[in-house]
Design a protein around this ligand. Sequence first.
Ligand SMILES: C[S@@+](CC[C@H](N)C(=O)[O-])C[C@H]1O[C@@H](n2cnc3c(N)ncnc32)[C@H](O)[C@@H]1O
Length: 220
Amino acid sequence: MAEQHPNSEILGIDLSPIQPSWGPPNCRFIVEDVELDWSYGGQKFDFIHSRGMIACIMDYNRMYRQAFDHLVPGGWIEVQEFETRMQSNAPCEGSKRKHIDEWLRYLDEATVSVGRPLTVAGEQRQHLIDVGFEDVAEDIYPIPFGTWPKDPKFKELGRFQLAQMLQAVDSLSPAVFSRILHWDTERVRELTSGVKRELMDRSLNLYCNIHFVYGRKPGI
Ligand SMILES: C[S@@+](CC[C@H](N)C(=O)[O-])C[C@H]1O[C@@H](n2cnc3c(N)ncnc32)[C@H](O)[C@@H]1O
């Protein structure tokens, strides 16, 4: 975004300083909690983008209301979220993906129990409407896990998606399964190993949907 719009100033926020330090000079990151009151020195933005926040937020309406207030009139918001439900584009016995199904079931149960649910991609459009955005639209695209699709574009997408998912299984699971569900380390490792093995099984033709939701603050 910063490279494509060199005259813009891009501010990225995250609770953790996970971003690389190299990058275009018009892009900077700060550590900030989006669930707290936003200030930014009264600054207003032309565009606010949020991605991958499922299971992080308790009150989406509050977060989007703050985004609304921090946009210039006519400014846009875009939210990108994955559906966590993994689908199989092939006949598939349940037993071949039993670890994935179990993992998702427990993740759902745990994240709901602490008030930060995981399965909320499909709800974001309504939240944007509820806080007053106009022209709210939602595009939903499938994204494969792995290189099973024949189409070269989807094959490449799947390669990236599988790589990030194999890392996500290990970064997401320990805290949820040990701190919320009180599993011991060995039990978590057994489940996550099974999940990663199944994710790499090309015969399952796994994919999920990603939602791109966007809307405009009224005013011009
Ligand atoms: C799945 S990652 C997505 C990262 C990045 N947005 C992206 O799309 O590549 C979720 C990120 O949300 C951050 N996060 C969780 N709760 C947050 C909060 N209350 N305020 C700001 N960032 C938060 C986490 O630190 C984590 O880096």
